[in-house]
Design a protein. Structure first.
Length: 319
């Protein structure tokens, strides 16, 4: 894995890649990734802080990587982002066909300028969303997500959502067990609910209004049974209409969408770690039938229950 550091790079975004992927280990304790930092020219580069970094690797590292990560840089925020600098375009041209490439925050402008996001789903920091839409109308822009995954091209919304993206990539490569362990070691949630729309500037909620945490906690304890919007609202002693509004303001998605995602995650965990049959997993996750679970997994993660189990159960056992 190669991380491309441009002048003015945000140190947090650069380091989180090393931190997350560097903690991914097999059962035997072996590192699952080799992460190197590269620059357009080896040597000293500026950051957006009061220190510089010495980068030993040049753009050749991009040609050797299975995955390329592009963090944001200070210049992405200071001036309108124009065509790619020729040296940056030449460096990205080194990325081999079929390699996975991902951006953090405004690094998505680099991918879009290189033509890598045309016709693909992508996101960037909400503060730069209007500029992104105007500049790249051919990109399927999605503001209401923390990250996107469109085949071998991925983007994250902001600096911290780069963590969510890294965990998603680790989960896709090596299964939930490894990703959850990385999250645990870094004291972050393995999956955050909602999208970045919940962070867009908006009037502050009334502090007298309680959160929906009690209802969500209750739902997670009762995923195996039918859960209705009325049930959730009752946990907060409010109407379904008021609960739905509060839930969307707090989580960034509807109660129904959130509930489906929790059931999918429960099903994936059971498929990966248990010997339950597909029918039993469907019942335990609250889908009721294997057919219903199959439809939801296909919609959410693009694979059938059997395909997920064959892929990630095998990786877990062989790690």
């Amino acid at each position: 894995m190669a991380v491309l550091a441009r002048n003015g790079v945000l140190p947090f975004e650069l380091s989180l890649v090393h931190r997350m992927f560097g903690h991914a280990r097999s059962d035997a304790g072996d590192a699952l990734y080799e992460v190197v930092t590269c620059a357009l020219v080896p040597g000293e580069i500026r950051t957006d802080a009061d220190f510089t970094l010495t980068v030993a690797h040049g753009p050749q590292a991009l040609a050797e990587a299975d995955t390329v990560m592009v963090p944001g840089a200070q210049s992405d925020y200071e001036t309108p982002i124009g065509p790619l600098d020729p040296s940056l375009a030449a460096a990205l041209a080194r990325v081999r066909p079929g390699a996975r490439i991902a951006s953090i925050c405004t690094g998505s402008f680099v991918l879009a300028s290189a033509g890598l996001l045309s016709g693909r789903r992508a996101t960037t920091h909400w503060h730069s969303s209007q500029q992104f839409r105007e500049r790249f109308p051919d990109v399927l822009f999605d503001l209401d997500v923390l990250y996107t995954d469109d085949g071998n091209v991925l983007t994250s919304a902001g600096s911290a959502s780069g963590i969510d993206l890294c965990l998603h990539m680790i989960r896709a490569d090596h299964g939930a067990r490894v990703a959850n362990e990385v999250a645990r070691r870094n004291v972050v949630p393995p999956h955050r609910d909602g999208g970045q729309a919940q962070y867009v500037n908006r009037p502050m909620p009334d502090p007298r209004i309680s959160s929906t945490a009690r209802a969500r906690e209750w739902a997670l304890a009762n995923l195996h049974r039918p859960v209705t919007l009325r049930d959730l609202a009752a946990q907060e002693s409010t109407s379904t209409r008021t609960f739905t509004r509060r839930f969307r303001d707090e989580i960034g998605t509807s109660p129904g969408q959130w509930l489906v995602r929790q059931r999918v995650e429960r099903a994936c965990a059971l498929l990966e770690s248990s010997d339950l049959s597909v029918d039993e997993v469907a019942e335990a996750a609250g889908f009721g039938t294997a057919g219903s679970m199959r439809l939801h997994l296909q919609a959410e993660i693009g694979v059938s229950p059997s395909a997920y189990r064959n892929t990630f159960r095998g990786r877990s056992q062989s790690a």
